[in-house]
Design a binder for this molecule. Sequence first.
Ligand code: PLP
Length: 363
Amino acid sequence: MPAILERHLFGPGPSNPYPEATSALALPLLGHLDPEFLRVMDETCDRLRTVWGTANARTLPLSATGSAGMEAAFVNTVTEGDVVVVAVNGLFGQRMCDVAGRCGAEVIAVEHTWGQPVDVDRVLSAHSSPKVIAAVHAETSTGARSDIAALGAGKGDALLLTDAVTSIGGIELRADDWGVDVGYAGTQKCLGVAPGLAPFTINDRAFERRVVKPRSWYLDLGLLGGYVGEASGSGGRTYHHTAPTAMVASLHAGLGRILDEGLENVWARHEEAGRLLQDGLVERGLELFAAEGARLPELTTVKVPEGVDSAEVRKILLERHGVEIGAGAGSYAATVWRIGLMGHNARPDAVLLVLAALDDALA
Ligand code: PLP
């Protein structure tokens, strides 16, 4: 039997799951059309509506990771020649441009300096009548939070498409109040579940304007409605693909844990852990990377001090302390570290551990 390695996953995701989410993976497997599984799926969709802050009927866990959520969002809303304005303030905004372009869109990328939040006025004035405006709520590549509510308030007739992969279950997210028409997320960050599902939501306004026969069969939301029983209510399921029943059970349990604690309490726990970590780093003379006022609590970016070998420090953290932190993204790979305190890891004891391990590695 191979050695069991336990890691403290303090990078940009995955994070250590909530224990309830891990235990659920060991439950006896249910068939994907078993009435008990259908009940768990229905309840999971209800719980997802709560963490999204939406009443959207079409809210479901797509059977793939966050990037497939991104593909589903674009392939169902955008086709040849549609104008898509994308706010690019990091790696995932760049990825949105790539995906929208592959759908045939005319992409208008509104570039920002990495580490800055999205400039709402520049994004809203980039085109007079785009079909879609797209932005990342929490840029995992830089640690910056953007104002999705302000984009929603100014979107006009456009559809607002939002990446909530690193925000859902960690910071305030109110899809309906903020005017989000289409949103996608991931399970492996603040939701505290292993990677593998993409919580997704789309409102009626966007669904009515959707691409009727998108180029992806698997991600066609028109076909996926029956998968979660949307067309004819519970019990009216049609087979689309085999639901990953163990993963859905795990998500169901992770969401249950969040809702038992209280969503706003969970946000406050992330806020506190992030503040403690950021204060601790600054006390040690380290410089934070993301712009002040836009720093995410769940993902802190910090500049690697002059003369320090970024990779060597990460290696010491991992080998000596079992602590994983992330390198920077893109051109910041060697000059920035990314420290995540997400989901189950958003706790003061995790902050103490990562700071002590860093003290040791930097000594
Ligand atoms: N969007 C953001 C903001 C992310 O942080 C990530 C993953 O880190 C993704 C999209 C892509 O998700 P996945 O890696 O689960 O496919």
